[in-house]
Write a protein that binds this ligand. Structure first.
Ligand SMILES: CC(C)(COP(=O)(O)OP(=O)(O)OC[C@H]1O[C@@H](n2cnc3c(N)ncnc32)[C@H](O)[C@@H]1OP(=O)(O)O)[C@@H](O)C(=O)NCCC(=O)NCCS
Length: 182
C-alpha cells in the first residue's frame, strides 16, 4: 500500500483497525517533530517500541482502540480512543493526519467517524481531548465536530522548549446523537 498522494487521489476516508502492517507508517508519524510537538511527546520511537505496544494493546483491547485513517486504500492518518473507562463510560480522543495529507478535510471526517464509533458502537457517554491552546486548526476541527471547551490547563505540557497550555474539550453522546438526527 503506497502513501504518496495527489489532489486527484483524494477520497472520503474511513477508519479501520490498526494492523501490525501499519506500524511502519505510525513509526514515520511518531518520529516527526512537527507532529509530536502537538502530541506533547518526544519524536523518538523505535519499531520495537511500537511492536511491543501493539502486542500489549491486543491484550487490553477494551481500554484502547486504534485506527488507521484510510483514504481509498492509502494511509493518511491515525486516530485513537484511549483510556476507555467502562465505569464512567468515557475516553480520550487523539488524532494525527500525515503532514503531506493535511488541509484536505481528512481530520474533520475522521473525527466524526471516531465519534460515531465511540457513541454508536462502544455506547460511551463522553469523549474528551486535550489540545495545545495554540493549535488553532485542531481546535477548529474539534469545535466543528461538536466538542465544547471545558477549561484550560495552564503550563500543563513541555514541548518544543517551553511549557504549553492545554485546552480540554468534551462532547456528550446524547448531544452528538441529537445533532446527528437533526
Ligand atoms: C490538526 C490536524 C489533525 C488537522 O488535520 P487536517 O486534515 O489538516 O484538518 P482538516 O483538513 O480536516 O480541517 C482543517 C480545518 O482547520 C482550518 N484551519 C487551518 N488552519 C487554521 C488556523 N490556523 N486557525 C483556524 N482554523 C484553521 C481549515 O480551514 C479547516 O477548516 P474547514 O474544515 O472549516 O475548512 C493536523 O494538522 C495534524 O495532525 N497535526 C499534527 C498533530 C496534531 O496537531 N494533532 C492534534 C493533537 S490534539
Amino acid at each position: 500500500m503506497g502513501d504518496a498522494t495527489t489532489p486527484e487521489t483524494f477520497a472520503a476516508p474511513r477508519l479501520r483497525a490498526l494492523e501490525r502492517a501499519d506500524l511502519q507508517f505510525v513509526h514515520g508519524l511518531f518520529n516527526d517533530p512537527e507532529v509530536m510537538r502537538y502530541w506533547f511527546e518526544p519524536a523518538h520511537v523505535t519499531i520495537t517500541d511500537l511492536e511491543e505496544t501493539f502486542v500489549r494493546q491486543q491484550r487490553c483491547g477494551d481500554r484502547e482502540r486504534r485506527f488507521i485513517v484510510d483514504a481509498a486504500g492509502r494511509r493518511v492518518g491515525l486516530v485513537e480512543l484511549v483510556y476507555i473507562d467502562q465505569v464512567h463510560r468515557n475516553c480520550e480522543f487523539q488524532i494525527i493526519i500525515a503532514p503531506g495529507e493535511q488541509g484536505r478535510g481528512y481530520a474533520g471526517a475522521a473525527t466524526r467517524a471516531a465519534l460515531d464509533f465511540a457513541f454508536r458502537s462502544l455506547n460511551l457517554h463522553k469523549v474528551y481531548l486535550l489540545v495545545d491552546t495554540e493549535n488553532a486548526a485542531a481546535i477548529h476541527v474539534y469545535e466543528k465536530a461538536g466538542f465544547v471547551v471545558e477549561g484550560v490547563l495552564r503550563r500543563e505540557f513541555f514541548a518544543d522548549g517551553a511549557y504549553r497550555d492545554a485546552t480540554r474539550m468534551g462532547i456528550f453522546q446524547d448531544d452528538y446523537l441529537a445533532a446527528a438526527r437533526s
